[in-house]
Ligand binder design. Structure first.
Ligand code: GRF
Length: 199
């Protein structure tokens, strides 16, 4: 069973989904929640679930010092897989390299379409009929790492950013635990940019 840390800066609904689904999987347990924002929803959720929650503040701290503190924390808790879930800080390539553990991220679009902030708004502005949710490995780029799972979500003609975000969020909550289970079981092989799913 893989020990998982979830890094989050906001309300934490994806953390909640990973926690809720873990009873269905013997492959992973969320044993640590890390935030850079004191008092965010994710921290409250973790504590309610009796999961250790630690704030490593980022404000006024240089990036290198902040990331070093997180690396040390993850190592001290024997974390094996890291999941970003609305973690609002870009990680440096040095951090990603030094971690030497899989890092996953969830993004509210069908990557490579609409990377970065406000993906749902970008989708509405582009007039696409479908958007979706993607779980991918984190690399040095912005939402560019190899895709583990993604699922489409229809865009309705009268969608607002809120209604589309909420429909996509439901899909995020479904695919993130599945993708984490795949990674935790080691049921994948990376070939170039492609993640091959094994059984
Ligand atoms: C989600 O839409 C996720 O895709 C994006 O940030 C949002 C986080 O939401 N990366 P929550 O904090 O998990 O509710």
């Amino acid at each position: 069973m893989r020990r998982v840390a979830v890094l989050a800066s906001g309300r934490g609904s994806n953390l909640g989904a990973l926690l809720a689904a873990q009873a269905d999987y013997s492959s992973y347990r969320v044993t640590l929640a890390v935030t850079n924002i004191e008092g965010c929803g994710a921290i409250g959720l973790a504590r309610e679930a009796s999961v250790e929650a630690v704030c490593v503040p980022s404000r006024g701290v240089d990036r290198e010092t902040h990331e070093r503190a997180i690396v040390a924390l993850l190592a001290s808790r024997s974390i094996e897989v890291v999941c970003l879930a609305g973690y609002m800080r870009r990680l440096t390539p040095a951090f990603i390299d030094s971690l030497q553990r899989p890092i996953l991220n969830i993004h509210p679009s069908m990557l490579p379409a609409f990377p970065g902030m406000h993906a749902q708004k970008q989708a509405l502005e582009a007039g696409v009929r479908w958007s979706g949710a993607t779980v991918h490995f984190v690399d040095a780029g912005l939402d560019t790492g190899p895709i583990i799972l993604q699922e489409p979500v229809p865009v309705a003609h009268d969608d607002t950013e809120e209604t589309l975000s909420s429909r996509i969020l439901d899909m995020e909550h479904r695919i993130y635990p599945k993708a984490l289970d795949i990674v935790a079981r080691g049921a994948f092989a990376i070939q170039g940019r492609t993640v091959k799913l094994l059984t």
